[in-house]
Unconditional design. Structure first.
Length: 122
């Protein structure tokens, strides 16, 4: 599996949009169904053609959130035997921490590659 290419640095201090690609995933913690995917998708679709950094960060955020959704679905199935609830709680914490880490890196003009990510968008 190939690694995603590192995006060119954002021009000047224009790291807001790449950072928003990651932070938009927090919409999943609201009442918006599939907000963790829709948030980054909307930011990515709006700015991907204008800013190469947003294209790369958006793809990374989307790939991670799609992967996390799959992992949560597995937890839902495993909840039948009891372990899924504990795993889901761990995933919630891991998701929050990694979103924040990626947003901080993006704000600093760096690219963050999420662990545990299935690469759907290349």
């Amino acid at each position: 599996m190939s690694e995603p290419a590192t995006p060119p640095p954002a021009s000047g201090n224009d790291n807001t949009w790449p950072m928003l690609c990651h932070l938009a995933a927090l919409a999943g913690y609201t009442v918006v169904p599939m907000g963790n995917i829709l948030g980054p998708l909307i930011v990515w679709l709006i700015k991907k053609d204008e800013m190469p950094a947003v294209d790369a960060h958006g793809k990374e955020a989307l790939n991670f959130q799609i992967s996390m959704t799959i992992y949560f679905a597995v937890c839902a199935v495993l909840a039948i035997v009891g372990i899924g609830v504990l795993l889901a709680l761990i995933l919630v914490i891991v998701n929050l921490v990694l979103i924040i880490m990626a947003a901080v890196k993006a704000n600093q003009g760096e690219f963050y590659q999420y662990p545990m990510t299935i690469r759907f968008l290349k």
